[in-house]
Write a protein that binds this ligand. Structure first.
Ligand code: ATP
Length: 635
């Protein structure tokens, strides 16, 4: 690490102790300071490479206040703390420190913390640069010629989605000729959006179309790039369009980005999210860095807008998604994981996948490999729990002939097989402790040693690890090394269990049904509503794999044109005992139809009818209403 380390600590003895430890280890250190104002001055003067800051300091401002400042200025830092309460710890975590050093600490703790922090900083900085380079390339490759406004905006949204977590995205260029609001894109799946224009907004908000048509963006009140969360009221009071959108879709945070480009058409990008605090300054900063690129793309379409809108605009329908290697599902939890996945895929960073058995960890690992520059190189999988402890080392690193009894020939280990590609270490939490040290060495030095060999071999491998264990608990129980954990945990991704992804169960069931029928060369049977209810009520301890097997078994045994019931393990439904009863599939469908009918004042067909909002033919809706017993005037 070049440059000096700054210590911000108001306890003189502790500051001195830390300084001595660091200097003995060869790190240059600035004179310690005791308060936030002193620290700010020292930062100006010395431009430290790294800051170690105590959370509780004398004088104005706390260590967390300083942490916020350091985060904004991209200066890496770690916190020093004694007994910190949960609230302070939460606030501290939000400033993205590279580590915590808990008092009292030993010399070894300080050096390990610093080593890990340095690695994390370099890695996150490098991968951020790399991700931005990819983002920039993706924006450049958006086709402009011959594409409609809608196609171009959708392409921009799909590229930005992994970087900015929005549920709704739009770019407006207010002009005198503009007769109504621009269409926005509502996220409905992975890179799948539904266009929301005046007609859809009128249906959903239950405001008459002529009223919605008069609502326009007020650009004069949107001068600065800003993010809004709990304080959205001031924004909504000045922007009737935002008010209608926020009320209609229950949005709870917003990002506004007016383009700075001078002498050109005024452009305003805005996004909404249903989550609070979804947007941060880092998102507007990112937009600032790519503004020129966006402007270049948009320049070609802003002149076209009047023509397209007058000619009736674009039909409202979900825009088909790019097929993400058949990762099926639309739940929020899955979308979040997929966004992270596509963000990290092109980088070389290690990834740690957390999830119960059968949640799709291997599928995600495969996706990462396929979407990286290593995709033409090998993808090698090893399950650390499935191999006897005494054989894992030979499996991973290989052995020379005669290295141990039974080593009759030289064996090439998985790391060598994966050279140039990706290695997937499944169940990493089960890796024996002594092997963890060797894995750390591969991560740090990119080299391995076959058992029985005196030579080291250079390997270039990306590591994707997975576990269904809580590694922090494993560390506490001394079964997993803290330093390895920090190295692997550079980019963690959580895969939600299926029982928390109720909306994905039906999609996955249909997918496996089609897949199995195709394999078995069978006609696809329909599924009785009661059978779907069974799937929704079951708690899926084996997650997606279990669902897949249930469907496969049911298809094989089904002799009719309809599956009446699925073959689920005994009926001790988890939800019967643990939670209030879930609504049945039919009840949910019924509620949904009634709510849409209400919004459409009971109208079924036509431009403003419920069938249009639901994206199904009016005759299908009428059939469903009859089947579900929805009668009478609903308004
Ligand atoms: N989103 C998805 N869409 C379609 N199929 C999926 C999805 N997720 C998982 N699967 C399928 O479910 C099965 C189990 O997934 P996978 O093997 O990736 O889970 P896992 O978490 O690695 O399991 P384990 O921890 O037991 O190794 C596989 O057949 C996989 O193809």
């Amino acid at each position: 690490m070049q440059g000096k380390i700054l210590i911000v600590e108001d306890q003189f003895i502790e500051a001195l102790n830390l300084k001595v430890i660091l200097e003995n280890a060869g790190f240059p250190v600035c004179e310690p300071v005791q308060s936030v104002p002193e620290a700010l001055q020292a930062i100006k003067k010395h431009h430290p490479r790294f800051v170690i800051v105590d959370i509780f300091l004398k004088g104005p401002g706390t260590g967390v206040d300083l942490g916020r400042n350091l985060m904004e200025n991209h200066i890496p830092f770690i916190y020093l703390s004694a007994n910190t309460n949960a609230d302070v710890l939460e606030a501290a975590k939000k400033t993205h420190p590279y580590g915590f050093l808990v008092k009292p600490f030993r010399e070894k703790d300080v050096l390990v913390a610093l080593n890990i922090a340095q690695y994390l900083h370099e890695n996150s900085f490098e991968s951020q640069l790399f991700r931005e380079k990819i983002l920039s390339n993706e924006l450049e490759s958006i086709r402009k010629e011959g594409e409609t406004i809608s196609q171009i905006l959708t392409a921009i949204a799909a590229v930005l989605q992994s970087h900015i977590p929005f549920d709704y995205f739009s770019i407006d260029w207010p002009s005198n000729e503009q007769s109504s609001i621009r269409k926005g894109l509502l996220r409905v799946g992975f890179r799948e959006y539904q266009e929301i224009g005046p007609q859809e907004l009128s249906n959903i908000s239950r405001q008459a179309l002529p009223v919605v048509d008069t609502i326009k963006l007020q650009p004069q009140r949107l001068k600065n790039a800003e993010v809004f969360s709990g304080d959205m009221e001031t924004l909504l009071a000045n922007q009737p369009l935002f008010r209608v959108l926020a009320d209609s879709f229950s949005f709870r945070s917003c990002l506004v980005y007016p383009f700075n480009a001078t002498n050109s058409q005024l452009l305003i990008l805005y996004c909404f999210s249903r989550k609070e605090n979804a947007f941060q300054k880092e998102h507007t900063d990112l937009l600032g860095r790519i503004e020129q690129k966006l402007h270049k793309i948009l320049k070609t379409i802003t002149g076209e807008v009047t023509k397209v809108q007058r000619s009736g605009g674009i039909a409202s329908r979900p825009i088909p998604a790019e097929n993400p290697d058949l990762i099926i599902g639309r739940s929020d939890a899955l979308m979040k994981a997929l966004d992270k996945l596509s963000l990290v895929a092109p980088c070389d960073a290690s990834v740690l996948l957390y999830g119960e058995s059968g949640t799709g960890k291997e599928k995600f690992a495969n996706y990462l490999h396929q979407h990286s520059a290593r995709s033409r190189q090998p993808f090698v999988k090893i399950n650390c729990a499935a191999i006897p402890a005494n054989l894992v080392e030979s499996e991973l690193f290989g052995h020379e002939k005669g290295a141990f009894t039974g080593a009759l020939a030289r064996r090439i280990g998985k790391f060598e097989q994966a050279d140039g590609g990706t290695i997937f270490l499944d169940e990493i939490g089960d890796m024996p402790l002594e092997l963890q040290v060797k894995l750390l060495r591969v991560l740090q030095e990119n080299e391995i040693e076959r058992i029985g060999s005196l030579h080291t071999i250079k390997v270039n491998v990306r590591i994707v690890a997975a576990t269904n264990k809580d590694l922090e608990k494993e560390i506490a129980a001394a079964r997993f090394r803290l330093d390895l954990y920090y190295r692997l945990n550079v980019f963690p991704i959580d895969l939600p269990p299926l029982r928390h992804r109720q909306e994905d169960i039906v999609l996955l069931a249909r997918f496996f049904l089609q897949q199995t029928c195709a394999k078995q060369n069978k006609a696809i049977p329909s599924i009785h509503a009661a059978a779907f209810d069974e799937l929704l009520r079951y708690h899926w301890p084996g997650n997606i794999r279990e669902l897949q097997h249930v469907i496969e078994r049911s298809v094989i045994l089904c002799r009719d044109a309809e599956i009446q019931s699925f073959l689920l393990p005994s009926s001790d439904s988890y939800y019967d005992n643990q939670q209030p009863p879930l609504k049945t599939w039919e009840e949910q469908e019924r509620d949904y139809i009634i709510s849409v009918l209400k919004r459409c004042s009971g109208r079924i067909s036509g431009e403003r009818g419920a069938a249009k909002v639901m994206g199904i033919p009016a005759t299908t809706l009428e059939y469903k209403m009859k089947k579900l017993g929805i009668k009478g005037k609903i308004s």
